[in-house]
Write a protein that binds this ligand. Structure first.
Ligand SMILES: [Zn+2]
Length: 137
C-alpha cells in the first residue's frame, strides 16, 4: 500500500518519510547495540551459572554434615544424661530426715562454721535447712 504511493508524495510527506527513515536507522543502531549487550550478558550469565554450580558443590557437603552433628549431640549428651540425673540427685538429697519434707522445703545455705578454702575467696561447706521444722543437716 505505502510503496504504491511513493511516486506521488507531497513535499510534506517526503519530509516525514525522511524523518521516519532516520528514526528507523537510529532504531536499528540501538537494536544492534542491545544485541551486543545481550550477547555480553549471556556470556556473563553462563559464567555466573558456572560459579553457582561450583559454590553449590562446595557448600553441599558442609550443609549435610552440620545437621547430622547437631542431631547426634542433642539427644545423646544434653537430654538423657545431664538433666534427669541432676534433678533426681537433687530430689534424693532434698529430703528432711527429721520431718520428711522434700523439694522446695529444703534450702541449701553456706555453713559459715565450716570453711573449705580461704583463697581466692572463702568457700563454705553447704548445709541444708528444712524450712518446715528448721532442722539442719
Ligand atoms: Zn523438716
Amino acid at each position: 500500500m505505502m510503496y504504491n504511493n511513493l511516486n506521488n508524495l507531497s513535499p510534506e510527506d517526503e519530509e516525514e518519510l525522511r524523518q521516519l527513515e532516520g528514526q528507523i536507522t537510529e532504531l536499528f543502531a540501538l537494536l544492534e547495540k542491545s544485541e551486543i549487550q545481550i550477547s555480553l550478558l549471556k556470556d556473563e550469565n553462563s559464567q555466573l551459572k558456572a560459579q553457582i554450580q561450583k559454590l553449590q558443590q562446595k557448600s553441599r557437603p558442609s550443609q549435610y554434615k552440620s545437621p547430622q552433628v547437631e542431631t547426634i549431640k542433642v539427644p545423646k549428651e544434653v537430654i538423657p544424661t545431664i538433666i534427669p540425673a541432676d534433678t533426681s540427685l537433687r530430689q534424693n538429697k532434698r529430703k528432711c530426715p527429721n520431718c520428711g519434707a522434700m523439694g522446695f522445703s529444703i534450702k541449701e545455705v553456706d555453713d559459715k562454721t565450716k570453711i573449705i578454702c580461704y583463697s581466692p575467696r572463702r568457700i563454705y561447706m553447704k548445709k541444708r535447712v528444712c524450712t518446715k521444722c528448721r532442722f539442719e543437716f
